[in-house]
Design a protein around this ligand. Sequence first.
Ligand code: ATP
Ligand code: MG
Length: 463
Amino acid sequence: SKFEDDFEKRFNIPHMRDIFPDAVSYPSTFCLRMRTPVSEEFAKGYPSDEEWHGYINKNDRVLLKVIRYSSPTSAGAECIDPDCTWVEQWIHRAGPREKIYFKPEDVKAAIITCGGLCPGLNDVIRQIVITLEIYGVKKIVGIPFGYRGFGKELAEIPLSRKVVQNVHLSGGSLLGVSRGGPNVSEIVDSMQERGINMLFVLGGNGTHAGANAIHNELRKRGSKVAVVGVPKTIDNDILLMDKTFGFDTAVEEAQRAINSAYIEAHSAYRGVGVVKLMGRSSGFIAMQAALASGQIDICLIPEVPFELHGPHGVLKHLNYLLETKGSAVICVAEGAGQNFLEKTNAKDASGNTIFGDIGVHIQQEIKKYFKELGDPADVKYIDPTYMIRACRANASDGILCTVLGQNAVHGAFAGYSGITVGICNTHYVYLPIPEVISYPRTVDPNSRMWHRCLTSTGQPDFI
Ligand code: ATP
Ligand code: MG
């Protein structure tokens, strides 16, 4: 169908051959170590040793949507195609290819981390370095402090397995991060001066927009350089992906803050705990943390409008909770309720709008409301943002980072550029950057998961 044809075109991932039809390929040796000697009996029915290898074929695909809805009613708002029937959407499978488009000895690889901190950055850096070394790359550098490091005065950080061996044991990024910095053509000038022909970019939507612009500028200049992204967003707001690294850790850590807020609220006379969690446009962390902890009475996210005052407002419900339960805990995503705050038009160095503090606002409104009622509430406000961002990745994120980091290197060696790596339906994939950053993924207020969250908190609609 036309839908499928368009999909195929949109999700085609840019390859060196598209720009350099005479691009030379070399046989990869990466998977040689995957050949495990097997007994003759066991090997029966398997391809011969010569045929067998662990390489991913360039035509391998992963199915994007695995659910089949029987009717538009059961599909609800999750429906992606107008007829709500079965649509096959296949995207490129990640992994090592048999042919590589870079000679390892000619490669100078650079790694860069931009935007805010997120658990797992060091794990990804570590795996990229280790995998590059296994391919035989000798020149690996880190660019310090994000895109700013492409300015002249900052020296590259030499990287090797020895340097990165233990970096995943702590949070943060050993390369440093930043916002803002030189423009795209200055970055590409700097890359060419330094002789970088593989660039691994770890960052969010802004960073990926930058990576895609760098990729396009390199194509314009006819440079044979691979640019591969690894999506870093603690908010889990990247389209199409099951999850992004750091999210799982963030939810786990958020529970600790929620538990403290719960204990404070529960131990106080008319105690109210307010926890602000990350989530500029998407409430996934707040929703999941509420679901996981079971200690939240009111969960407020950017996707679902609410009123504070009025007969159906949050404060009225809070009053009910204090009357009936004696205490209550609220978790609010940072992007929620921005309509209650004065617009400042303030921007950060990358041009992102600086949000007002909804947590502080809610805390103040609660205090005022109950004081005016003549029965004050004891409000405790916790903002664990920086404590969560700086954490070390948990086990499940550690594994995700490992696979994403390795696949980023496989993608670059395979000759792809302008791509990013991700996990879709438990399989690892390559996606063209523009498709995943066109807009942020958000919590669907009509989804089962949000309704499960409402069931769990017991909160009404605040409108
Ligand atoms: P976070 O999720 O932490 O916000 P981010 O990648 O979105 O991560 P930003 O600060 O928005 O963080 O951007 C990171 C870097 O990308 C900055 O150095 C910024 O200058 C650059 N950048 C942002 N948007 C663009 C764009 N449209 N084109 C080129 N570069 C961009
Ligand atoms: Mg961003």
